[in-house]
Design a protein around this ligand. Structure first.
Ligand code: DAH
Length: 347
C-alpha cells in the first residue's frame, strides 16, 4: 500500500502549509471527502477477497484517522494563534469610566403597602384581592348602605354602563366578598390593599384614584380591645416604637361602634406642630366592630360571630412617613421627583 503512504505524506505536507481554517477545510475535503482518493480506495474494497478486505480496510481507516487527527491538531493551533493575536492587539483600558446604568426602585407607595402586608401576615392575616370594577351590591348594599342612603354622597364614584356597575369607592366590598366565600362557617383574617376611585377634584391631598388598605377579622368573642391592640402593633411598626394610639368615636355604616384611629404625632411627640395641625395627634384610619347587618347580609350569624374592620389610605400613610406634601407626586411621571424616593432603607 505504497499509495496510502504517499497520500498520507502529501496530506501532512499540505496540512502543515495551511495558515487559515478555510484552507484546512479544503484540504479535508480533498483527502477525506466523497471524491477523495481514500474514498475511491474504500469503494474498491468490495471487489477484494475477505482476507484482503480485512488488511486493506484496516490500513485505509488508519490513514483516514491519521489525517483527521492532523487536521484537528492544526485547527487547534490556528484558533489559538488567532486568539493570542487578538488579545495582544486589543488591550483594555480599565481607567475608562463605566457606562452609567440607571437603576429604578419600587414606587414608595408599594413599599409602604408591602411593609403593612408583612406585619399583618406575621399576625396570620391573608392578603386578598378584589375587583376594581365592582357591583353596587358589594360596594354599598351588602355593607349596610342601601340605595338612596345619604352616606353614599361622600363616596360618589365613576359608573360604568348603568348605576349598578361602578369603580369601587372603597376596598370595603372585599370584606363582603370574603365573608360570602367563608359561608358563615370559617373565621376570617384578611387585609386587602388596592386601588379605589372617587369623583373628587384633584388637589394636594385628594386624587380621583387612590389606594386603600382594608382589614377584616371575623371570629368569636372579639372586642374593641383586639382592634386597639392590632392597631397599636401596626402603628408602632410603621411610625416608630414611641407612638401612642387612641380611638375617637366616629360613624361608618358598616361598623358599630365606629372609631377614628389616631397616633400621637411622631414629629413633635404630641407637643403640636404643623404636621399634626397643633393637635398632637394624626388620624390614620377608620375602623370599628363589624355591624350585625353586614355580618347577616354576608352569611355570618351575628349571634355567633363578631369582628372588627378597618380601612386606611396608603398614600396618606406614605405621605406622613416620608414627608410628602402632594398626593399627585405618587402618580406623576416626572423622574426627578420619583428619584427622591430612591432610598434603600434597612437593606
Ligand atoms: N371604607 C372607609 C372609607 O373609605 C374606611 C373604613 C372605615 C373601612 C371603617 C373600614 C372600616 O373597614 O371599618 O372611608
Amino acid at each position: 500500500m505504497k499509495e496510502l503512504e504517499l497520500i498520507l505524506e502529501n496530506a501532512k505536507k499540505e496540512i502543515e502549509e495551511c495558515s487559515k481554517s478555510a484552507d484546512l477545510a479544503n484540504v479535508k475535503a480533498k483527502y477525506l471527502g466523497k471524491k477523495s482518493t481514500l474514498s475511491d480506495l474504500l469503494s474498491k474494497l468490495k471487489d477484494m477477497s475477505v482476507d484482503d478486505k480485512k488488511i486493506f480496510g484496516k490500513e485505509i481507516n488508519e490513514a483516514k484517522n491519521n489525517i483527521n487527527k492532523l487536521i484537528e491538531d492544526k485547527n487547534k493551533l490556528i484558533t489559538e494563534k488567532l486568539l493570542n493575536e487578538k488579545l495582544e492587539n486589543e488591550s483594555i483600558d480599565i481607567s475608562l469610566p463605566a457606562t452609567f446604568i440607571k437603576e429604578g426602585t419600587p414606587n414608595i407607595l408599594e413599599k409602604v403597602i408591602e411593609e403593612v402586608e408583612e406585619v399583618f401576615m406575621s399576625m396570620g392575616y391573608d392578603v386578598v384581592d378584589g375587583p376594581e370594577i365592582e357591583e353596587d351590591r358589594f360596594n354599598f348594599e351588602l355593607l349596610n348602605i342601601p340605595k338612596g342612603h345619604a352616606a353614599r354622597d361622600a363616596q360618589d364614584t365613576f359608573y360604568i354602563e348603568d348605576e349598578n356597575i361602578l369603580l369601587r369607592s372603597q376596598t370595603s366590598p372585599v370584606q363582603a366578598r370574603t365573608m360570602l366565600k367563608g359561608n358563615g362557617e370559617i373565621p376570617i383574617r384578611m387585609i386587602c390593599p388596592g386601588k379605589t376611585y372617587r369623583r373628587d377634584d384633584d388637589d394636594a391631598t385628594h386624587s380621583h384614584q387612590f389606594m386603600q388598605i382594608e382589614g377584616l377579622l371575623v371570629d368569636h368573642d372579639i372586642s374593641l380591645c383586639d382592634l386597639k391592640g392590632t392597631f397599636d402593633v401596626i402603628a408602632k411598626k410603621l411610625f416608630g416604637p414611641d407612638v401612642v394610639t387612641r380611638f375617637r368615636p366616629s360613624y361608618y355604616q358598616f361598623t358599630e361602634p365606629s372609631v377614628e384611629t389616631d397616633i400621637s404625632c411622631f414629629a413633635c411627640h404630641g407637643k403640636g406642630c404643623s404636621l399634626c395641625k397643633n393637635t398632637g395627634w394624626i388620624t390614620i384610619s377608620g375602623a370599628g366592630m363589624v355591624h350585625p347587618n353586614v355580618l347577616r347580609n354576608c352569611g355570618y350569624d351575628p349571634e355567633k360571630w363578631n369582628g372588627f374592620a378597618f380601612g386606611f389610605g396608603a398614600e396618606r400613610c406614605a405621605m406622613l412617613k416620608y414627608g410628602i406634601n402632594d398626593i399627585r407626586t405618587f402618580y406623576n411621571t416626572d423622574l426627578r421627583e420619583v428619584a427622591n424616593f430612591d432610598r434603600r432603607e434597612g437593606e
